[in-house]
Design a protein around this ligand. Structure first.
Ligand code: KG4
Ligand code: ZN
Length: 462
């Protein structure tokens, strides 16, 4: 199912009112620059196709393409949505397309990597083509292709990365490899153009719970992370066990049902009360919810639409009580993280909240109260840019491209057994040393050094 978001239609209708930009002129001027594009930025000799985030010695102000001329296609396939978008360097969204695997999710109650991969393979060509068509462009007009290379499911990441290489190879386009969580963070700088580094970000999605201090582009300190499950996973499982309609994913279904319930009726305990740090844990809350559901004889096989009124009230009470505690955990951690962040960067003025769960109105309202108490401002991208989307990837690509971090165009033909650079486990930043706690994640296996350490190493090489 191909669906554009409400943001898209708003963007498109706005675009229709504007005079058509002279894209061909703008972009051809970029492409016919006397020097080939990969020499416009100072780069290491013999750049390798797999070496992501090459650092240039040029500053942002020295980049050659003006913001209007720069047009980037973003491709996102890290989890269950196949998404693509075309964004201009000035932040104008030319198109946004998302093909959701909601039907698969509803049928299987979670993401099965092999099936998700197949769904991406089926959708990817059409999604990318549609993004180009809606932007009134062809791939020839692009300045670069940005693609999520991690973290995520490797089978799924590979589909997007392969498509990006195919397109970039055929049209001689540079590639920007994007960190999915950095893209969730940076998209706030597209919607809030005044947002400058340093700022804090709480990234809450199905697979991640991260509290970070964003010091600069590509430079992040991790203040906290989940030691087990992410909050979105807890929403999804609660929704499944309560027999809710999962076609829009579990989060929105719980948010809606919670409005009918009494949030004080079930006494769930708040996670990690004894750990005075900024880490998260949702596995214990999930267990509490499961036990509460069992003890009230709620049968997930009976969909909520067929539940009698007493049964519906019981389910709504659990949804509301779960949501209150799940979000209270976020509130407590954010409050502490603001204090920590101020020790490192006293000038902090903003907390960005992004990732799928950030589209929840209750989450936004509660976190707004926290930040107001601390005299800082909340920045939440619109819901269609909080859940996985291609715009955030294109925008992260634009931010890195502008400072010269990209790979040269790959060859038009790659061998069948070419090893694409995908990074399923890829930390965003280094852990805040003073914030290290005993509550450690068991999932410590790292495939790649963090994005921040790669960028710092490349800056030191200069
Ligand atoms: O960022 P995202 O689209 O994909 C990942 O990177 O995981 O986040 C998806 C998660 C799912 O767990 C979904 O249930 C949750 O975001 N979500 C919500 C809401 N909308 C999406 N959770 C709570 N309330 C919502 N309104
Ligand atoms: Zn995400």
């Amino acid at each position: 199912m191909l669906s554009s978001t409400s943001m898209l239609s708003a963007t498109l209708s706005r675009l229709n009112l504007l005079p058509k930009p002279s894209l061909h002129f703008a972009l051809s001027s970029l492409k016919t620059h006397p020097k080939p594009i990969n020499q416009l930025f100072s780069r290491p000799k013999s750049p390798s196709i797999t070496s992501k985030f090459l650092s240039s010695s040029k500053s942002q102000s020295q980049t050659t393409a003006s913001n209007h001329d720069l047009v980037v296609l973003g491709i996102e396939t890290s989890c269950d949505d196949t998404a693509a978008a075309v964004v201009r360097g000035n932040g104008e969204i030319l198109s946004q397309v998302v093909s959701s695997q909601a039907d698969l999710l509803a049928r299987y109650g979670g993401v099965a990597p092999k099936m998700a991969e197949e769904a991406h393979i089926k959708a990817i060509d059409q999604v990318v083509q549609e993004a180009l068509d809606r932007a009134n462009l062809t791939a020839k007009n692009l300045s670069a292709v940005a693609v999520t290379i991690g973290p995520g499911l490797s089978l799924c990441l590979r589909v997007g990365v392969q498509k990006a290489h195919k397109l970039a190879g055929s049209f001689n386009l540079p590639i920007v490899g994007v960190h999915h969580m950095e893209a969730h963070t940076l998209v706030a700088r597209l919607t809030e153009r005044e947002l400058q580094f340093p700022f804090m970000a709480l990234l809450i999605s199905g697979g991640h719970n991260l509290l970070i201090l964003a010091r600069d582009l590509g430079q992040y300190i991790q203040l906290g992370t989940s030691i087990d499950d992410a909050i979105g996973e807890a929403y999804d499982k609660t929704a499944k066990w309560l027999g809710l309609d999962l076609r829009r994913s579990g989060g929105p279904a719980i948010e809606e049902l919670a409005r009918e319930g009494d949030a004080a009726s079930v006494k769930f305990s708040t996670p990690m009360q004894h750990h005075k740090d900024c880490n998260f844990s949702y596995a214990g809350l999930k267990t509490q919810v499961r036990l509460a559901i069992q003890s009230r004889n709620i049968n997930a096989e009976t969909p909520i639409s067929s539940a009698n009124s007493q049964d519906r009230v019981a389910r709504a009470d659990i949804a509301a009580s779960f949501q209150r505690v799940a979000v209270l955990h976020l509130e407590e951690r954010c409050e502490r993280a603001i204090e920590w962040a101020r020790r490192i960067e006293p000038s902090i003025e903003h907390l960005v909240v992004s990732g799928g769960v950030a589209s929840n109105k209750y989450v936004r309202a509660r976190l707004d109260t926290v930040v107001k108490k601390k005299n800082i401002q909340l920045v939440c991208p619109p819901p269609s840019l909080c859940t996985d989307n291609g715009v955030m990837v294109a925008w992260a690509g634009i931010e890195h491209f502008r400072v010269g971090r990209f790979d040269p165009p790959p060859p038009a033909e790659l061998p069948v057994d070419f090893m694409y650079d995908v990074r399923p486990r890829w930390p965003l930043g280094e852990e805040y040393a003073e914030g290290k706690s005993e509550a450690r994640s068991l999932r410590t296996a790292r495939v790649h050094p963090s994005l921040t350490s790669i960028i710092q190493a490349s800056l030191q090489q200069k």
